[in-house]
Design a protein around this ligand. Sequence first.
Ligand code: F6R
Length: 260
Amino acid sequence: MSAPRTITLDNITVYIEANDTDVGKRAADVFCTTLTQAPNAAYGFATGSTPVCLYKELIARYKAGLLDMSGITAFNLDEYYPITKENDQSYDYFMSTELFNHVNVKPENRDIPSGEAPDPEAECLRYEKAIRTQEDFKLQILGIGENGHIGFNEPASTFPAKTNYVELTESTIAANARFFESAADVPKHALTMGVGTIMMAEQVLLIATGPKKSRIVYESLLGSIDPQVSASALQMHRNVTVVLDTDAAHDLLANLDSVS
Ligand code: F6R
């Protein structure tokens, strides 16, 4: 299959790129187009290995004088619980080292659920309110878990509407153990924007790379809308851009090509 390629599925535009670097560039194009139109809006960021290619590209564009993030308010999808900000596996630490230390988002305009909050439920309420009081929640960046989670919205019987305190599934703990010394060190809980919180963003930018994401990308975009696969809710969102590498696009393309 040749890349790049663009596919339109109703409300979802899918870009397929040859490799991680090109995925980062395409995702940065999408992000920067919106940022130029709405330089003072709220933006939601994601952690994990997938968006690193995007963050590298944003840092490069900032250093080249092509990007100004000084007007934005930055939220993040989720955080482990409990975890200290100084822990190098916290998402707060990740965002600082992978993006915020290298661009000009104002520190006072950054918010992330706190893994240090004494009461996780109260922290979820605070965080949800902070997002809902934004006049302009413009764009949310997402990765996707192998089980279809967005944020840490694990397979469930309903789509969580608001920021919530969740128990991580064994599969997520196993998938994230690569960042810790062992699976036993992965926190068992997290605070995460709900699917409903994510759906409030005017635009969603989902990035997926690698063969392990191929099946779930296909199921999320073309399967039934089912809270067992929280990313499938994006089929109901009005403005979704998906950026994939060829490995992550494999099953989607195989199924589209077989019906077209
Ligand atoms: C990260 C997050 C998660 C990840 C997902 C994929 O803030 O909310 O949903 O996006 O687990 O992680 P990676 O990119 O490491 O495969």
